[in-house]
Design a protein around this ligand. Sequence first.
Ligand SMILES: CCCCCCCC/C=C\CCCCCCCC(=O)N[C@@H](CO)[C@H](O)/C=C/CCCCCCCCCCCCC
Ligand code: CA
Ligand code: ZN
Length: 262
Amino acid sequence: MPSIFSYQSAEVDWCEGNFERSTVIAEYYNTISNVSFFVLSPALLYLNRQYRQQRALPMYIVSGLLFCVGIFSTYFHMTLSYVGQLLDELSILWTLAVAYSFWYPRIYFPRSFLSGLLQRLSGVTTVISTLMSFIKPAFNAYVLNCIAFHLLYLTWRELKKCNDKRVHRMAAVMVLWWVLAISSWISDRWLCGLWQAINFPYFHSFWHVLIAMSLLYCCPLVIYFDVSYEMPSFKPKLEYWPSDSWPVVVPYVALEEPHKQC
Ligand SMILES: CCCCCCCC/C=C\CCCCCCCC(=O)N[C@@H](CO)[C@H](O)/C=C/CCCCCCCCCCCCC
Ligand SMILES: [Ca+2]
Ligand SMILES: [Zn+2]
């Protein structure tokens, strides 16, 4: 019986051919495309540094976890091992759980004892999903993707209350990147025969880059709403690095202090 650490012991094998470009890296492009997560984490910390100064712990923890997602995903695609698949999925699950616990808007929590109950329920759900991933990791990946629909629903609820055109534009771009990302993920899973026939089985590596792009837009949105709700002494402003007029830009949140009256 193969060890859970051995090459190709995972339940899933992505469309890209194995060991075609290297004898040690199973899926070469799926492995190197994880560089997106290694760029994403420091970029979030650097660009949103004003917010990071106010909320250091959540920012460092979530950026660190996103970096771990990159490490485990690299290990998974390099080995296609069962342990690699578990680490890949569990790191995503726990990053989402931690991000929700830090940033889920408190106005959506029911008051009184229900609030505590809901928190415990979320904790129990995360633990059950963790156990589930040991039993059926391939199914768990679909469950994880469904969480994006809840994020879309939350974004839509927030946008209904927000008049800032820049926020609406940012949300639209985030959704666009996510649609491209999820289409790549699904087509790699479901249409592999077709992509192999035309000799282009690389859609999972596109997924890595595209989902990192959508997170690059998702994070400033989360920060924007957190500042609006939880930091009344600041006014959040969406900005683009290096400047608005450049053709390729990266969004971030600047914090403005409203003029203090003496
Ligand atoms: C201020 C910051 C707050 C931001 C919170 C967001 C936290 C997001 C946490 C994790 C997302 C990482 C997803 C990348 C996965 C990369 C690894 C990978 O490719 N794994 C596959 C196997 O190689 C596996 O099959 C993938 C499973 C699906 C994961 C789906 C995760 C849902 C992420 C939701 C992203 C929202 C973006 C915007 C949505 C509108
Ligand atoms: Ca493969
Ligand atoms: Zn992957």
